[in-house]
Design a protein around this ligand. Structure first.
Ligand SMILES: [Zn+2]
Ligand SMILES: [Zn+2]
Length: 212
């Protein structure tokens, strides 16, 4: 116990937490929790902007950090009459309180690019339907780790084109097609000028499998 220290709120002497005695610290925490919490969230992918980074939000971590305590939470869902977008029952120690969260909804950069039909690489799949399904699954597998691996599908004569936001995703999917389906690959590049005047080097990989 630090001797000779006083709570800066009430002046009582004793064990302090962040400069406050236990009752004052607890009061402060209650106040913090009762404050309106606003979180910026992407309306498309639901990731939140936290510490300058778009990420999946872990509410237990979020409230633990905010209340400086180990918490367990129950998601109570939206509050009626639009008072808040989401309410949580937050328990810590023997205490329990309700915290309300408001979402400030935006579209994150990744979703913005996906919506604007941006793409940097095309995987052209020609051959069997199985190859098309395989390619789609391979791109989805990569997409679990690479948020730029969004894609849209274009049906063309003789197959399908996957237009993707990530070159490495297209390369990885094509490589799997070669190794697992024996697909023949052919790569090419095309320089395109973007609206802002930047040159974008687009990759196209043609993956051809034998029709079954
Ligand atoms: Zn105090
Ligand atoms: Zn998003």
């Amino acid at each position: 116990m630090p001797k000779g220290k006083f709570c800066y709120e009430c002046g009582s002497q004793g064990e302090l937490r962040e400069g406050m005695c236990e009752p004052c610290f607890s009061k402060k925490r209650q106040k913090t929790a009762a404050e309106k919490i606003t979180v910026t969230q992407c309306s498309k992918c639901r990731r939140a902007l936290l510490n300058g980074r778009w990420q999946d939000i872990n509410w237990t971590k979020f409230f633990s950090k905010r209340l400086k305590a180990d918490v367990s939470i129950v998601d109570k869902g939206p509050v009626p009459h639009k008072k808040a977008d989401q309410m949580f029952e937050v328990s810590y120690g023997n205490d329990k309180l309700y915290a309300t969260v408001h979402f400030n909804r935006l579209v994150c950069g990744v979703c913005g690019r996906a919506l604007s039909h941006y793409y940097v690489a095309t995987l052209q799949v020609r051959g069997s339907d199985e190859a098309v399904r395989f390619a789609e699954q391979a791109l989805r597998d990569v997409g679990r780790k690479d948020s730029m691996a969004f894609f849209r599908v274009e049906e063309v004569r003789g197959g399908v084109n996957f237009k993707c936001g990530s070159k490495s995703a297209v390369k990885a999917a094509a490589k799997r097609m070669r190794l697992e389906l024996g697909a023949e690959l052919k790569s090419s590049f095309e320089d395109v000028t973007e609206k802002q005047g930047d040159i974008l080097r687009r990759l196209t990989i043609l993956a051809r499998t034998k029709p079954i």
